[in-house]
Write a protein that binds this ligand. Structure first.
Ligand SMILES: Cc1cc2nc3c(=O)[nH]c(=O)nc-3n(C[C@H](O)[C@H](O)[C@H](O)COP(=O)(O)O)c2cc1C
Length: 211
């Protein structure tokens, strides 16, 4: 079975620091033999959650836009990388819109109890947060982590790792960073290998089960 990877770019700037870091990660996943694709939120027709709470009753979202396909794709992949630069100490509006719109799945999971991910499923599905920030503060990403934790939890992904690079202003952008792009590429290759190993274990135990 092919390992499937989705990279979601939540930066409004095309080919900027964050999307470039995401691209390196995706290249690494391809080197690892995965089938990888990228979605650019800025180019999609997306509206934010309206808080109508209809999903709390029937588990569906009343909004019809490009996020319907994005959520279907997320649920079909093994590795999900969400990339957002830090905007005013948090994630971008595009990324937050995506996360808030997963509320219909939150409702299925926690209110209606019609959606359940097994421990094995979560272990086999890896989520990564990719980010860049202008300032050099260590804590500049701190406000973004809880939103990512909540999102990966709702989507059935283990929050596997962060690929983050601060101090972009000093480095003159991600290409001036001494290690970030190489590390992103290596992490991409490594996570694919790890998921493939887990999938191998699963098919072996399935075979034993059927014997
Ligand atoms: C509206 C806006 C708000 C920003 N807020 C912060 C911030 O709070 N802290 C920080 O370190 N950098 C901040 N930055 C800088 C970006 O995080 C940084 O330049 C990042 O690498 C941009 O990524 P991109 O090239 O993918 O757009 C901000 C940039 C913009 C445009």
């Amino acid at each position: 079975m092919d390992v499937k990877v989705l990279g979601i770019s939540g930066s409004p700037r095309r080919h900027g620091n964050t999307e470039t870091l995401l691209d390196s990660f995706l290249e690494g996943t391809k080197e690892g033999g995965a089938e990888s694709r990228k979605v650019i939120l800025r180019d999609l027709n997306i509206v934010p959650c309206r808080g109508c709470n209809v999903c709390h009753k029937d588990g569906t979202c009343i909004l019809r836009d490009d996020l319907e396909t994005v959520f279907d794709t997320i649920l079909s992949v093994d590795i999900l990388a969400v990339a957002s630069p830090i905007y005013t100490m948090g994630i971008t509006a595009e990324t937050k819109a995506l996360i808030d719109r997963s509320q219909y799945l939150w409702a299925r999971k926690y209110k209606l109890k019609t959606l359940y991910f097994s421990r094995e499923h979560i272990q086999r599905h890896k989520g990564l947060f990719i980010s860049t920030a202008g300032q050099g503060w260590d804590y500049v990403f701190n406000a973004a982590f809880p939103a990512m934790t909540a999102f990966f939890d709702v989507m059935g992904f283990e929050y596997y790792d962060n690929i983050i690079a601060n101090d972009m202003d000093r480095y003159g952008g991600i290409r001036g960073h001494p290690t970030a792009l190489t590390e992103a590429r290596e992490k991409g290759k490594k996570v694919v290998e790890q998921v493939r190993k887990l999938q191998g274990t699963e098919s072996e135990s399935d075979q034993q089960h059927h014997e």
